[in-house]
Design a protein around this ligand. Sequence first.
Ligand code: ADP
Ligand code: MG
Length: 231
Amino acid sequence: MTIVEQPPAIAARGLSVGYGEVVCVQDLTLEVRRGEIVALLGANGAGKTTTLLGLAGVLPPRSGSVEIGGSVVTSPTHARARAGLAFVTQERCVFMGLSVRDNLRVGGCDPDTALDYFPELKPHLKRTVGLLSGGQQQMLAVARAIARRPAVLLADELSLGLAPMLVDRIFEVLTAACRADGMAVLLVEQQINKAMLIADRCAVLRRGRLVVVDGAAAMRGRMSEVRDLYL
Ligand SMILES: Nc1ncnc2c1ncn2[C@@H]1O[C@H](COP(=O)(O)OP(=O)(O)O)[C@@H](O)[C@H]1O
Ligand SMILES: [Mg+2]
C-alpha cells in the first residue's frame, strides 16, 4: 500500500527576502503542516517579521519560493488570503474607529463563528474598538482571522503588551482551532516559554538564517542553546 503524503499547508523553499538592496532573510526552508503549530523564534531583528512578509507575499522573493498547499504561489497578499492564508501582523489588525460588530463584518467573516471562538467579545459588540483593552483588541484580531477558517495562520507577536492570562487565552483558542480545523500556524513569538508549550516544532532564526529546527519538547531541553542564540 502506498501512503500519499499531503503537501505542507505552507512552505518556504530556499526563500530569501529583503528590503531594497538589503537581503534580511537568506535561503530559508521551512514547512508547516495541517494541524501543526510551528514557533518561529529569534532575537529582535533576526528576520522573523520579514519571513512572514515573504510568506504572505508582501515582500517578493529574491530567490526561492513559497508554496501553499503544495503549489508555488506568486500572487499578491489579497489573493493569498482568498487561497486560505490569514496574517495577523505585529500592528494589531483591527479598525479602531469601528465597532466590534463592524470589524467582524468588514473582515468578511461570520460574526457568530468569531464569537464562538471568543465569547468574551459578545458583550462588547457595539463598542468602538479603540475603547477596548489591548487584550480585547487582540482577541478581535485573532477572531477575525480564524473565523474564516484559513488553512494557514501567520501570527506576529500576538502577545505584545498583553497580560500573561490573556496570552494564555489567545494561545488556547489558537491551539483549539489548529487541532479541530487543521489550521497550520506559524507563530512568531517573543514569549519563548509560552510559545514552546503550544508549538509542535520550533525554528530559530539568527541574523536572517534558520539555525535550529527541532520538536518543541526536544527544544525545551536545549534552552541554554536557544538562549545563546538570542545574544
Ligand atoms: N522596512 C524595512 N526597511 C529596511 N530594513 C528593514 C525593514 N524592516 C526591517 N528591516 C531590517 O530587517 C532585519 C530583520 O527585521 P525583522 O524581520 O523586523 O526582525 P524581527 O521581526 O525578527 O525582529 C533587521 O535588520 C531590520 O533592521
Ligand atoms: Mg518582528
